[in-house]
Design a protein around this ligand. Sequence first.
Ligand code: NDP
Ligand code: 8X3
Length: 252
Amino acid sequence: MERKIALVTGATSGIGWSTALTLARMGYDLIATGRREKRLDELAKALPEGTKFLPLVFDVRNREKVFEILGTIPEDWENIQVLVNNAGNAHGMDPIQTGNLDDWDAMMDINVKGLLYVSKAIIPGMIERKNGIIINIGSIAGKEVYPNGNVYCGSKHAVDALTKGMRIDLNPYGIKVIGIHPGLVETEFSEVRFKGDTERAEKVYQGYEPLLADDIAEIVEFVVNRPRHVVLADIVVLPTAQASATLVNKES
Ligand code: NDP
Ligand code: 8X3
């Protein structure tokens, strides 16, 4: 049986962690990335016995490192069939006129340019093999814009556009490109957005049942398992209590 290999960026928490575990349970050998090495060690311990695991520690913003590390992975790990571009976060939530430049740089550099760097490093192998699945984790913020979401929404609209562009350009090579756009998922996302303000972060998920990281991982499993001739190109997934980016039916 052919060896199956998946690469998940941002596998140290949240959606990436659940997706990495799910792909491993599906029989994929796993390349998992993130900046927090200790978390990757913990992920290694949580994987099903026998999973082959290659942890790679790098910041997706660091262009040289991305190409150096992904360009020198061991030969027997090169045949990556599934790439999940998940690494990303929101940084701050301010009106455009008072937005913080470092936050803006972080969101554009991580969510947009980081995704591009990783993709550019992996796509040539997929083209050569005429086979591959690229899953970009976008957001409802890439489909709608909400107050004070400005730059995060811009970064996720870019992810949506890039997903469509990749699908067009890679179509002749039989590569599937899929956008998954979640609404509110309870992860470390809001803690990062609100810079460690746990109380504010917790409030985001109170009064209704948010999505869990496992809900997104299940969708990844479903799209990866479709037959060769089927691609679920674009998926928006919301908690049932969420009708749009800003409309959440919360218990008062
Ligand atoms: P988490 O904060 O739990 O996870 C974010 C992941 O991204 C971590 O593994 C983190 O790893 C990684 N990451 C962040 N910055 C970098 C960086 N500079 N270099 C490398 N890795 C990085 O949030 P989620 O799981 O919720 O977020 C995952 C994706 O899902 C993001 O793209 C997010 O925008 C998207 N999303 C989230 C939603 C939500 O409501 N939670 C809804 C819609 C989309 P480390 O810190 O170790 O580097
Ligand atoms: C994360 C979901 O609504 O906070 O992308 O932008 S939201």
